[in-house]
Design a protein around this ligand. Structure first.
Ligand code: HEC
Length: 116
């Protein structure tokens, strides 16, 4: 009986140890990861669902269009998002520089993955 109790106690301690090591890692991951995507969903997906463009169809976010129109680098996308162009408004008053950087990286990454 005592032996069983000891075993139970040891396995309890081990589980607590494992959880306290893993928790901060998964927490940090969930805080960092989806932000580019979240920013896109909130600010961009209205006009650019799945990388399309509902206002000017040719000016979509697929890699071919980005290359053709000169937006196939993070720097150029950041510039466009910051300053806006024609019917696309500027986002410098709504997004921080960090957020613009994140969303620009997300767009280019998705374009390279064909918006899968
Ligand atoms: C109100 C609708 C609207 C919203 C919201 C919007 N865009 Fe646009 N976007 C446009 C239009 C219109 C163009 C075409 C601009 C032009 O060149 O005349 C465009 C062009 C672009 C291009 C260049 C595409 C190409 O092939 O030339 C990129 C990149 C882009 N948008 C990214 C974004 C991102 C990132 C966001 C969110 C932060 C965003 N857009 C939000 C309407 C929008």
């Amino acid at each position: 009986m005592i032996k069983q109790l000891k075993l139970l106690l040891i396995s309890l301690i081990i589980s607590v140890l494992i959880i306290s090591i893993l928790m901060p890692i998964t927490l940090a991951e969930s805080l960092n990861k989806p932000s580019g995507q979240q920013i896109f969903t909130i600010n961009c997906a209205g006009c650019h669902p799945h990388g399309n463009n509902i206002i000017r169809r040719g000016k979509n976010l697929k890699i071919k269009a980005l290359q053709k129109n000169g937006y196939d680098s993070v720097e150029q996308i950041k510039w466009l998002v910051t300053n806006g162009k024609n019917n696309m408004s500027a986002f410098n008053d709504r997004l921080t520089e960090t957020e613009i950087n994140q969303v620009a990286n997300y767009v280019l990454e998705q374009a390279k993955n064909n918006w899968q």
